[in-house]
Design a protein around this ligand. Sequence first.
Ligand SMILES: [Zn+2]
Length: 493
Amino acid sequence: MLEGLKPNKVWKYFEEICAIPHGSGNIGQISAYLRGFAEEHGLAYIAEPCGNVIIRKDATPGCEQAPAIVIQGHMDMVAVADEGCGKDMTKDGLDVAISEDGQFVYAKGTSLGGDDGIALAYGLAVLAADNLVHPAIELVATVDEETGMDGARELLAEDVRGRRWLNLDSEDEGVLLAGCAGGLTQKSSFSVSRDTVSGDLLRIAVTGCRGGHSGTEIDKNRANAILLLALLIREMDCGKMLQPLWIAGGEKDNAIPTSAEMVICVNDYERYEICRAFDRAERTLLPAFRRQEPDVAFVLEETKEGGEFMIREGSYRVMNPASVEKVLDFLLLVPFGVSAMSTEPKGLVETSNNVGIVRTIGDTVVVDSSVRSMVPIRKKQLGDKIALLTSLCGGIAERHSEYPGWEFRPESPLREAWVETYREVYGEEPVVQTIHAGLECGLIIEHMPETDAISFGPNIFDIHTTKERMEIASVERTWNLLVKLLERLGEKA
Ligand SMILES: [Zn+2]
């Protein structure tokens, strides 16, 4: 399908990778493919206990003295399929195709895994080539980046010689990433006491917020549906009439929530009062958020969904007012959004928090916050602040899923070499920046602090979705850049 595309070898390997199912957690076959490649080409390799594969190739003549270069990508992909497309992503290869306008490669009905199959394809093409000039090369293929960066976390420093690290897991050609945020999840649990009351159920909801990635879109001034719901409820000022069965919202701690809801129990008098309070609060609040969130809506409707808190129809276990107040206090005070901008590079998000999920599990309300920062101490401070607020509001704070950031190095010979090569190949200035999201480089530098790393790659759009597509011309330009960069790094021995 892709044989006509240039560079030939890169697309050949990419297509071979696409024929192998390799969603996160399902890396057995792709790992065997990489080992098979090494054997076939007579290259030394290491298969690490966690599943990472490292393949080595010697320097080309004249480049023996240059420091070894690591080309790194992750083996796994986010494997998603459109409903009814008939693909079993755990067993089937992808139907790779070229878009009608000839500009993009995509997979019919599924994600493509250009993130990060293209990194492996570039790496294999370098390893297989006999006409390139380069220092000693190691292709490091890590497992399960998309589900917690397990491969980078468990990589053994002694298995890798190179300390100049090309991470090919970025999707924006012309942008060189030279740092990334670290993160942690702060869990706040509030136990609630319940009373039994009788009445009907009303659902109060906030819907239609734009959402987005909790890191890269945290500075876009989007509303957080969970916090907006808390604001709406507080603005309604219903006092003891507010008797919720549950509060829920958001799906992932690393996504800005688009909707949230609370289901409450009311008698006839309370229903009247609550409807009035809702209308009043809606009139006050909605205009203030419409500019920011054009599709946001507040909903008040009857519901029959009592879930686990229904004793029988008309009789429910509700949170008592004091319990509700402490959860609302927390949601109204917890920081959301950007809390600091960076000084170097200037003007990027440095520290932020997203309140991603609220769930009611039995007699506990749990809130997950995703803290990110370029600066380790700021990440810790913001996590501590949320933990302190949790305990002041009567809850219990826990921290998990912590990963280190990748701090911008003022001096980086690798970055300089890339920028010079970029100028030469493109005849223009690249953008050098840091990203407010996690990359494997943070964990790698934690294992090997002396590592000089950069991250780049060709244009890929809508990654992690069935609309994922990779720009063909960009793949070729990025290959040319990679080839020239390796040449430069070999010469400068
Ligand atoms: Zn990736």
